[in-house]
Write a protein that binds this ligand. Structure first.
Ligand code: N2P
Length: 361
């Protein structure tokens, strides 16, 4: 550290405010919280929040495995959560500090326990599906009434997607979601970890690659809303946010979200506390604050994602609870699959194949 002259040091110590404000460092997905959540947390607790965002589990995982991220709260998806728990990245929750756990949906938390035994390390933040968002008119202009808007064919059939290339096709930069979706479309088990199945999925993705404008996991929200892309493999709530933005802009863009009939990934995003979090006490306060029924309902009402909080449901807009793209019907549910956890070798296979898909070589 630079040495200050004694006089400057004395002056600094006289004028500098005493650093008393408690802070909490949150690292969450982009476009994933209500506008006033953080402000309300600070008003309720006096804790200042530094809020950073990401749009990729791989980016979060790299930070968690390296350690010393400085974050107190992070939001991994369930399969990544499990692998990171095994690596010792998270501390057990002190449930005595989380009275609002009583608000959580027992069946959904039981589902999460498949990734985190006994729900020791995490609680559900939001959940959703990985499906397709599309621009209703642009698709209709190019494919007419035969447009397979209920099917993965819209993005995985090279003859179909070729006709959409000019209006813009995007896919998530999410290898562990795109490869299984491609495998499922081919009639393979989306939860398979067989190298040959990964390769078959990658081959399909390579075959449509010439028609894909970009692989990115947050840009598509505004692009769909503005009509700058016409079809995106995306996350449910993000597509609804795009629809909402277009509606508000009154720009004539009609966006729709579909869980394709062949099925889709259902995922859970969770709040967890890194093992080396600087302020675990504030982290517990934040998790408990978010599990308040009204706070979670406010988030769902803003981001259009389903949550795991049973007590919040009566406070969630009817427009959301009744939408089958957000709360799938029983028929659609039967075709949803849960993410598979990959070991290091399987993960390397997936990463290598995904690099090929993205770079084309
Ligand atoms: C929020 C995306 C969160 C879903 N923009 C990814 N699991």
């Amino acid at each position: 550290m630079k040495q200050l002259p004694l006089a400057a040091l004395i002056a600094a110590s006289c004028v500098a405010p005493i650093a008393s404000a408690e802070t909490l460092n949150v690292y969450n997905w982009s476009d994933y919280i209500a506008e006033d959540t953080i402000e309300k947390f600070t008003a309720a607790t006096g804790i200042e929040v530094n809020y950073d965002v990401y749009d990729s589990n791989e980016v979060l995982e790299a930070k968690m495995l390296a350690g010393n991220s400085g974050y107190d709260i992070v939001v991994p998806t369930s399969d990544f959560l499990q692998r990171q728990i095994s690596a010792g990245a998270y501390q057990p929750l002190d449930k005595s500090k989380l009275p609002n756990l009583a608000n959580m949906d027992a069946a959904l938390m039981e589902g999460l326990a498949g990734y985190d035994a006994g729900n020791e390390h995490a609680v559900i933040y939001m959940w959703g599906t990985t499906g397709i968002g599309y621009n209703v008119d642009m698709i209709n202009e190019r494919l007419g009434d035969d447009a397979p808007t209920d099917s993965w064919a819209l993005v995985f059939d090279p003859d179909v997607v070729a006709k959409l290339a000019d209006c813009g096709v995007s896919m998530l930069d999410a290898p562990t979601e795109l490869l299984p979706a491609a495998m499922n479309y081919l009639g393979l088990d989306p939860r398979s970890t067989d190298k040959k199945d990964f390769e078959a999925g990658a081959e399909l993705l390579m075959s449509v690659r010439p028609h894909v404008r970009y692989y990115h996991s947050s840009q598509y929200i505004s692009d769909l809303a503005n009509g700058d892309v016409c079809v995106s493999v995306g996350w449910s709530g993000d597509v609804f946010q795009a629809r909402d933005r277009a509606d508000e802009a009154e720009n004539g863009v009609a966006v729709s979200y579909v869980i394709p009939k062949e099925g889709a990934l259902q995922w859970f995003d969770t709040m967890a506390i890194p093992v080396d979090a600087p302020n675990p006490d504030a982290a517990h306060k934040f998790i408990d604050f978010v599990m308040d029924a009204q706070i979670t309902a406010d988030i769902t009402n803003y981001v259009w994602y389903a949550n795991g909080n049973a007590a919040s449901m009566p406070l969630v807009d009817e427009e959301i609870t009744s939408d089958p793209g957000i709360f799938p019907t029983d028929a659609a549910k039967a075709n949803l699959w849960a993410s598979q956890v990959y070991n290091a070798r399987q993960d390397r296979n997936v990463t290598r194949l995904w690099t090929k898909v993205k770079t084309g070589q």
